[in-house]
Ligand binder design. Structure first.
Ligand code: C2E
Ligand code: CA
Ligand code: CA
Length: 329
């Protein structure tokens, strides 16, 4: 590691490289070269995951993790085919008017073997295995089609927000895919929003910025999700076509009691206002929290206080009733 730690001079530019090394040992990890190479590669990927500059020695448990990933991937593939994924929609309300202005689409997996699986348990696996591309496409299609149905049922102004994983964005042709889905479902682009976390932006800046600009030009809006818990680099906000900041639930859950969280929520809101961004407070559970976010100037609320994420029929019933923040107790 010290031999390659550099810096090296590459045509006048100083570069540093890191190494990730995987080790497998003959004969315990394989009798043949092909097995030894395969196992050392598995170990190398672990070294990369652990932060790149390091080594890992192969152990059979590493393959067990790969096998679990593989099994889950197969199950998710079947789940897509059999329609075991469903979307719930959580309303967001405008704090001035009290009306529902949009919904966030949130995926769930109704597995016959495992019951109701939370996205927190399978989205990371879908991301690691690459399944997120197919799952994400299904989410986007389903969410756009549902919002179009709501528009046709008389709720014309609603936007739908869809969570995007970094790898979806990195996929070549993603903007074209989105355009096709909008066309097929008949949803105008102005009623679709994408939620990205700060990590997406750090991942692969140039590719992502280009894709975002292209999508933004068509009328789609972007929000930064879980704002405040990720990277502290704020310079990306200037370079990206962002419309909305969502203050992370962890800051909202302890206001107005916790003075640090109060300061953070106020600072994020002011910061977003000065960049002319809309501010959404998520995870609002109590009347006190609602009161607080209204006072500090947030624009939109989302949270159990008004509604949990709902299946499409329940959402429609809520809208039909004309339920809004003002008549909600
Ligand atoms: P997220 O994007 O931050 O979504 C908000 C999460 O907070 C949702 O959890 C929602 O049910 C929950 N929540 C909303 N209001 C409240 C509240 O007042 N109190 C509490 N305690 N929780 C509240 P959920 O549905 O379990 O989703 C978890 C995460 O999974 C999401 O976090 C998102 O990162 C990811 N996810 C969900 N659907 C998708 C998807 O279609 N694609 C991708 N890539 N990720 C998704
Ligand atoms: Ca979200
Ligand atoms: Ca969030």
């Amino acid at each position: 590691f010290s031999a390659i730690s550099g810096p090296f001079n590459a045509r006048g530019t100083q570069v540093r490289v890191t190494a990730a090394v995987g080790v497998s040992i003959y004969p315990s990890d394989g009798e043949h070269a092909a097995d030894l190479i395969k196992n050392s590669r598995t170990a190398m990927y672990r070294a990369k995951e652990a932060g790149r500059n390091g080594y890992r020695i192969y152990s059979p448990a590493m393959n067990e993790k790969a096998a679990t990933l593989f099994r889950m991937e197969g199950m998710m593939q079947k789940a897509l085919e059999k329609g075991e994924f469903i979307l719930h929609y959580q309303p967001k309300c405008d704090l001035k008017t009290g009306f529902v202005t949009g919904v966030e689409a949130l995926i769930r997996w109704l597995s016959p073997e495992m019951g109701l699986v939370s996205p927190a348990d399978f989205i990371p696996i879908a991301e690691d295995s690459g399944m997120i591309i197919e799952v994400g496409e299904w989410v986007l299609k389903t969410a756009c089609a549902a919002n179009k149905r709501l528009h046709d049922a008389g709720f014309g102004g609603l936007t739908v927000s869809v969570n995007l994983s970094p790898s979806q964005f990195k996929e070549p042709g993603f903007p074209e895919k989105v355009a096709r889905i909008l066309k097929d479902t008949g949803l105008p682009p102005g009623y679709l929003e994408f939620e990205l976390t700060e990590s997406v932006i750090i991942h692969n800046a140039e590719e992502i910025i280009n894709a975002m600009r292209e999508l933004k030009e068509s009328g789609i809006r972007f929000s930064i999700d879980d704002f405040g818990v990720g990277y502290s680099s704020l310079s990306y906000l200037k370079r990206l076509p962002i419309d909305i900041l969502k203050i992370d639930r962890s800051f909202i859950s302890n206001v107005p009691g916790n003075s640090d969280d109060v300061s953070i929520a106020v600072a994020i809101t002011r910061f977003a206002q000065s960049l002319k961004l809309e501010v959404v407070a998520e995870g609002v559970e109590t009347a006190e929290q609602l009161d607080f976010i209204r006072k500090i100037g947030c624009n939109v609320m989302q949270g159990y206080f008004f509604s949990r994420p709902l299946p499409e029929d329940k959402l429609k019933a809520l809208l039909k009733e004309g339920k809004n923040l003002k008549n909600h107790v």
